[in-house]
Ligand binder design. Structure first.
Ligand SMILES: Nc1ncnc2c1ncn2[C@@H]1O[C@H](COP(=O)(O)OP(=O)(O)O)[C@@H](O)[C@H]1O
Ligand SMILES: [Mg+2]
Length: 135
């Protein structure tokens, strides 16, 4: 997928990501403010959670439960200084759990990431739209 979209279209994009995703581990790449958390919120809504979604600020991971009793783990590695910190929280168990893992700033923990994943690349366009590429 390679598309430009407006904020108002984020729910549609979120649905497409879920529908086309070949893995429950989705890596969100892109600069601060590009819309990673916004899309993750929409994905969580689509999967059926009423929880308030915000980036894990004081922890590395937030956990949400959907109305179908599915578990979603939401990671934000922005504030991580080294991979050991992440390894020490037992991140592999989360990745191996077969639950949804939606990950912001995955490049910070490159060596810990599972091989099977989907990459979402977001960039800002001059007119305020965002470009999304998935592979
Ligand atoms: N097309 C778009 N998709 C997502 N966010 C958008 C879009 N256009 C504007 N925005 C705005 O950009 C900001 C993205 O913030 P956020 O999702 O927290 O980014 P990140 O998690 O990548 O740092 C929000 O204020 C959102 O309203
Ligand atoms: Mg964010």
């Amino acid at each position: 997928m390679n598309k430009n979209f407006l904020l108002s279209e984020a729910p549609i994009i979120a649905k497409e990501i879920i529908k086309n995703s070949t893995s429950k581990i989705i890596l969100f790449h892109g600069d601060m403010g590009v819309g990673k958390t916004t899309l993750i919120k929409e994905i969580c809504k689509t999967l059926g959670t009423e929880d308030l979604i915000s980036s894990p600020t004081f922890s590395i991971v937030n956990e949400y439960i959907t109305s179908n009793d599915e578990t979603i783990f939401h990671f934000d590695f922005y504030r991580i200084d080294n991979e050991e910190e992440v390894y020490n929280i037992g991140v592999e168990d989360y990745f191996d759990s077969n639950h949804w893992c939606l990950i912001e700033w995955p490049s910070v923990v490159e060596n810990l990431l599972p091989l099977e994943n989907v990459n979402v690349y977001l960039t800002s366009l001059e007119d305020g739209q965002r470009n999304i590429q998935i592979n």
